[in-house]
Design a protein around this ligand. Structure first.
Ligand code: BEZ
Ligand code: FE
Length: 297
C-alpha cells in the first residue's frame, strides 16, 4: 500500500520522471523549454490542487481557442496578449538604451505592404469631425536625424474598426508607409483614433467576461519604424485622454508612449492645408538604437 498516492497529494517523483523522458532530446534549447513547461505546469496543478473537472474545463477552453483560429484570426495570440504574456516577451526581448522609443504589441491588424504615401498626405479619404495632423522626426540615440527611414502606420476608424475587420472600408484606409525627409521628418493627416474593444466574440472574450475584465484598448496609432543600421521598433502612440490607459486589455501601455493630442480652433489660427474646421495635432519623435554597439573610438 505504501506506493499508493493518497487523494489530494501528488506522486513526489512524477515530475522528475516526466522530465527524465527528455534525456534523448538532442536539441538543448528545446529540452530546456519543455522541461520548464512540465515543471511549471506540474507545480501549478499541485499548488492549486487542480480538480479533474477544472483540468477538463481548461482542456475544453484551449480546444475552443484552437478552433477559433483561422487565417484571419489568431485566438492564441489574443490569449497571450490578454494574459500579459505578449508584453512580458516584449520586455524580455527589447532591452533598449534609455532614450530609444519603447516597443509594444504588434496586434492582429497589421497588414504588410501598406501604400507608400508622401509626407503631408492623408491616410484616409474622410478626415471626419476630428482631423489629426501627426508629425515627427526619426532620430538615432545620438540625436542624429535618420533620413529615408520607413514609418509604417495603421489605426482604426471612428467606427472602432480597422480596415481589415470591416468590409465597408477600403483595404488601404487608415494605413500607409512614409519615408523621412532630409531632416528625418515625417507627417500625415488622419482621424483622431478612438478606444475600441479587442475581438471579444470568442473564448478569449468569454474568459475576460468570466474573470470580470473588460476588452477595451485605449485609443492609439500603431507605428513600425525602421532605418538602415538601426534596430526597428514596433510601437504605438496613445491618446492621453483615453479612460482605458490604466486598464488596457492587453497591457500594452507604456507611460513614455502617451501623448496629448492638442486641439486647435480655426477661428484662432489658420488650419493646415487639407484640413477644414477644428483639428488636433500631435508631435511624435521616434528614437532608434543602433543595431550594433558603437566601436570604441
Ligand atoms: C491592436 O492594438 O491592434 C491589438 C493588439 C492586441 C490585441 C488586439 C488588438
Ligand atoms: Fe490597435
Amino acid at each position: 500500500m505504501d506506493d499508493v498516492t493518497a487523494p489530494g497529494t501528488a506522486a513526489p517523483d512524477l515530475t522528475a520522471e516526466v522530465i527524465g523522458r527528455l534525456e534523448r532530446c538532442s536539441d538543448p534549447r528545446l529540452r530546456e523549454l519543455v522541461t520548464g513547461v512540465i515543471r511549471h505546469l506540474h507545480a501549478f496543478a499541485i499548488e492549486e490542487s487542480l480538480t479533474e473537472a477544472e483540468w477538463m474545463a481548461g482542456i475544453r477552453f484551449l480546444t475552443e481557442v484552437g478552433q477559433m483560429c483561422s487565417d484571419q484570426r489568431q485566438e492564441f495570440v489574443l490569449l497571450s496578449d490578454t494574459l500579459g504574456l505578449s508584453m512580458l516577451v516584449d520586455q524580455i526581448n527589447h532591452a533598449r538604451e534609455n532614450s530609444a522609443t519603447e516597443s509594444t504589441v504588434l496586434g492582429p491588424f497589421y497588414v504588410e505592404g501598406s501604400p507608400w504615401r508622401s509626407n503631408g498626405d492623408a491616410i484616409t479619404d474622410d478626415l471626419g469631425a476630428q482631423p489629426l495632423l501627426v508629425s515627427g522626426q526619426v532620430r538615432d540615440t545620438a540625436g542624429r536625424p535618420l533620413v529615408e527611414a520607413t514609418v509604417d502606420v495603421w489605426q482604426n476608424a471612428t467606427n472602432r474598426l480597422y480596415a481589415v475587420q470591416d468590409g465597408e472600408q477600403s483595404p488601404e484606409n487608415l494605413r500607409g508607409r512614409f519615408r523621412t525627409d532630409a531632416a528625418g521628418a515625417f507627417s500625415f493627416r488622419t482621424v483622431r483614433p478612438v478606444d475600441y474593444p479587442i475581438p471579444d466574440g470568442g473564448p478569449v472574450g468569454r474568459m475576460l467576461e468570466a474573470t470580470g475584465r473588460h476588452p477595451w484598448r485605449p485609443a492609439h496609432i500603431h507605428f513600425k519604424v525602421s532605418a538602415d543600421r538601426c534596430v526597428p521598433v514596433t510601437t504605438h502612440v496613445f491618446d492621453s485622454e483615453s479612460p482605458y490607459l490604466d486598464s488596457d486589455a492587453v497591457f500594452g501601455v507604456k507611460q513614455s508612449l502617451v501623448r496629448k493630442l492638442v486641439a486647435h480652433d480655426p477661428t484662432v489660427e489658420a488650419a493646415p492645408v487639407g484640413i477644414q474646421g477644428s483639428w488636433y495635432t500631435v508631435d511624435i519623435d521616434i528614437v532608434l538604437q543602433p543595431d550594433a554597439p558603437a566601436l570604441p573610438s
